[in-house]
Design a protein around this ligand. Structure first.
Ligand code: FES
Ligand code: FES
Length: 141
């Protein structure tokens, strides 16, 4: 339990009741995995998306964060924002929007940056996997 003092109630809420904590199978071809670390503090965030291959829509998202309360809250918010969106739409999510939503203080901006980086890494991972599968299919035919 983090001290509520000084933190916005949304941070405390997302920290105490994080949404979408968990893992998907990273070998599932419909799953994209973003694993990022913050050099400043050593905190690590894993964020995963599950994508509908036909529509490019993110149907589910989850995370595991080994980090501070603000990083946990940022990843929790990020997973809520990802669900139901197209991949292109989530690439424009900025850490500053997450930070603003949670009213993070300036020293905690890098925590929300982890979430932005993790989203981009997850989308990239999905795209690379999908392209490789397409490549395999095309050389086997
Ligand atoms: Fe959860 Fe806004 S309070 S995303
Ligand atoms: Fe490093 Fe929050 S203090 S992610």
């Amino acid at each position: 339990f983090i001290e509520a003092r000084g933190y916005h109630e949304r941070v405390v809420d997302h920290y105490n009741n994080p949404r979408n904590v968990g893992s998907f199978d990273k070998n599932d071809p419909t799953v994209g995995t973003g694993l990022v670390g913050a050099p400043a503090c050593g905190d690590v965030m894993k964020l995963q998306i599950k994508v509908d291959d036909n529509t490019g829509k993110i149907v589910d998202a989850c995370f595991k964060t080994f980090g501070c309360g603000s990083a946990i809250a940022s990843s929790s918010v990020a997973t809520e924002w990802l669900k139901g969106k197209q991949m292109e739409e989530v690439l424009v999510i900025k850490n500053t929007e997450i930070a603003k939503h949670l009213s993070l203080p300036p020293v905690k901006l890098h925590c929300s940056m982890l979430a932005e980086d993790a989203i981009k890494a997850a989308v990239k991972d999905y795209e690379v996997k999908r392209d490789m599968l397409g490549f395999k299919k095309s050389i086997s035919t």
